[in-house]
Design a protein around this ligand. Structure first.
Ligand code: GLC
Length: 510
């Protein structure tokens, strides 16, 4: 039996608002993306995940949706979406769309109706609505915090409050409500019918809440178990959706946006659930051999229990740029490490260029996290600055000349552009391309058990199975001799000599 296409796929996260702007309104769009698909094909990825392009008032950059089965007019049309899917398939790329089913926009007709209908109305039953506490109902129903900062409840002003785990403009849906459940199924089928190869389930662990709405205990901290995260009941929802995915031909993928360790994400990978669940922990592992070795083993073991492999997330639109978290050299070293490991890899748009985190001025920041945290958290926009495609003046090929990108690009952005890096064999882009080109022959489909080899201090060395190439990772500060690990250097994330792999670099050796 051959493995499904996604088992070890490399998926490129096309953050649509910042990828390519076809019409010059400053916002990346589907025609822009469509025009750049040949770039993704030549990069060598297997699939692209397109972040939400549905109609949205943009309180959370498109993750606040008013209609899941349409395209935001600023980003294109349904015909453009069909065009992206068709062109991607012609180029051999799979397409994954992003379904935001945990919540809707406060401008969604359901929520507009709920707000208008008044306390106790059936329109409010599609949402998590509770009376306030205290004599005048002025205290939130629970002490739950919003993930974006501040309380997770906002009052309607009539004694009842609604739950929003994210921004107040993103009311959470009650999936126990038959119309909510039916609508989610209709959305899922809508995109599968249009030919997408997979769907990403946004905020996957949040879809079920404890109906008793208990308070969080004293001393609770983000990441601790919560009555609205990764509950057993949420898995019934994924089982239902997995049956829909399985009813379509061609190994359609469901990937869960999970935020938790191996024990949290593994249940989503049970044989009757989803094919992939994001491993986010590695985003924060320091560049040291021990945490990586232990972490990799734990993820392989937990996913392997269900016959699955880990889904390595190298970066995303929700975290700081890889080049900032791990340093520019470290980001490339980790990418080559992830590409050699058993499993699938998600590469965030712009990280193939080694783009840095951009420091934006207060008034430039759009992310609701900034406002809701009272400025304590600058939010995620520093990783969302529109991509540079060409050198020359702004917007550096992101859109037509003269267009003003929705987030400002820093001066000199063109020096990091696709065009400039394409001419430089030592550039991050060239290394990424080379790695993706070699991965198919050297790593993908090899035995799924790791064999760790003895390695110098703060280095990792492994094979897949007993034979074949070795991946050598040098997290240390000094160069190491790579010759004990292979006769031939296939690729390195930083310039290696005939004997030495530099500090903070990964080599593939045969
Ligand atoms: C997911 C998205 C993030 C968004 C949130 C709320 O975590 O990746 O960007 O803000 O869900 O939809």
């Amino acid at each position: 039996m051959t493995a499904p296409w996604w088992r070890e796929a490399v998926t490129y996260e096309a953050y649509v608002r910042s990828f390519a702007d076809g019409d010059g309104d400053g916002l990346g769009d589907l025609p822009g993306l469509r025009g750049r698909l040949p770039y993704l094909a030549s990069l060598g990825v297997d699939a692209l995940w397109i972040t939400p392009f549905y109609p949205s008032p943009d309180h959370d950059a498109g993750y606040d949706v008013t209609d899941h089965r349409d395209v935001d007019p600023r980003l294109g049309t349904l015909a453009d979406a069909d065009g992206v899917i068709a062109d991607a398939h012609r180029l051999g790329l799979r397409v994954v769309v992003d379904l935001v089913l945990n919540h809707v926009s406060s401008a969604h007709p359901w929520f507009v109706a709920a707000r208008a209908a008044g306390p106790g109305a059936p329109e409010r039953a599609r949402f998590h609505v509770r009376p306030g506490r205290g004599p005048d109902g002025a205290t939130p129903p629970t002490n739950w915090p919003s993930i974006f900062g501040g309380p997770a409840w906002t009052p309607f002003g009539d004694g009842e409050w609604y739950l929003h785990l994210f921004d107040r403009e993103q009311p959470d849906l009650r999936h126990e409500h038959p119309e909510v459940a039916a609508d989610a199924l209709a959305t899922l089928r809508f995109w599968l019918d249009r030919g997408v190869d997979g769907v990403r389930f946004d905020a996957a662990g949040s879809l079920s809440k404890d109906p008793a709405y208990p308070d969080l205990p004293d001393g609770w901290r983000p990441g601790d178990p919560a009555p609205y995260s990764d509950r057993d009941e949420v898995h019934e929802i994924y089982r239902r959706w997995a049956r829909v995915l399985a009813s379509y031909p061609g190994d359609r993928l469901g990937v869960a946006e999970t935020w938790g360790g191996p024990d949290v994400l593994a249940p989503y990978l049970r044989p009757d659930e989803l094919g992939q669940a994001f491993a986010m922990d590695p985003l924060y592992w320091p560049l040291r051999a021990q945490p990586w070795r232990e972490g990799v083993d734990a993820l392989l073991a937990a996913t392997g229990r269900h016959g699955r492999l880990p889904t390595w997330v190298h970066g995303s639109h929700d975290v700081r740029r890889a080049a900032d978290r791990w340093g520019p050299d470290g980001a490339r070293a980790v990418l080559l490490l992830m590409l050699a490991l058993p499993g699938a890899v998600y590469l965030y748009a712009g990280d193939e260029l080694g783009l840095p985190e951009v420091a934006l001025a207060d008034e430039e920041i759009r992310d609701p996290v900034f406002r809701r945290s009272g400025g304590a958290d600058r939010g995620r926009d520093g990783a969302r600055v529109p991509l540079p495609w060409t050198d020359g003046p702004a917007p550096y090929g992101f859109g037509p000349d003269g267009a003003t990108p929705w987030l400002p690009q820093p001066a000199g952005w063109g020096a990091r552009s696709v065009a400039r890096q394409s001419d430089d064999p030592a550039s991050p882009l060239a290394v990424t391309r080379a790695a993706l080109a070699l991965r198919g022959a050297w790593w993908r489909g090899r035995p799924e058990e790791l064999t760790w080899r003895d390695a110098p201090a703060d280095c990792l060395a492994f094979r897949r199975g007993q034979h074949g190439p070795t991946c050598l990772v040098n997290f240390g500060d000094a160069p190491v001799d790579w010759r004990p690990y292979g006769r031939r250097l296939l690729l390195a994330s930083a310039p290696a000599t005939a004997e030495k792999l530099p500090a903070r670099a990964t080599a593939w050796l045969a």
